[in-house]
Design a protein. Structure first.
Length: 130
């Protein structure tokens, strides 16, 4: 079932979301000082391609750098990305067929809001470590 949902997701919106996150990652990597956010954008792009069967876990020991980086991310990109996922998730949940895809959008809110210090793992092992 996860594979079917991922294929439908990929065709309908996953590829476009992944391309957007990948372009943002390329821009961040070109600017050199923003490389950590570029790498985070690439991780989110990967997650946006195939979200069903995966989840994110927060690493509490990520450090002050991740905390400060997430504050900068929230100010410049995170809040509008999270808002976009919230609006899209609610709109998708208006139809029965769209509910799983709306839930997938809601699952992306934490990583789009605070990407540094998070890891994407399969749902069968959500307490994975680095």
């Amino acid at each position: 079932m996860k594979t079917l949902l991922n294929l439908i997701w990929l065709v309908l919106c996953g590829i476009w979301m992944a391309i957007g996150y990948a372009i943002a990652g390329l821009i961040c990597c070109i600017l050199i000082i923003t490389i950590p956010w570029g790498l985070a954008s690439f991780r989110i792009a990967n997650y946006a391609l195939w979200p069903f069967g995966r989840t994110t876990v927060e690493h509490r020991d990520a450090g002050t750098g991740s905390f400060l980086g997430n504050i900068v991310w929230i100010v410049f990109a995170g809040w509008w990305l999270a808002l976009g996922h919230i609006v899209t998730g609610f709109l998708l949940c208006l139809t029965i067929i769209g509910i799983p895809f709306g839930i997938a959008n809601f699952k992306m809110i934490p990583i789009s809001l605070l990407p540094l210090g998070r890891e994407i793992v399969p749902t069968d092992r959500p307490f994975a470590t680095r």
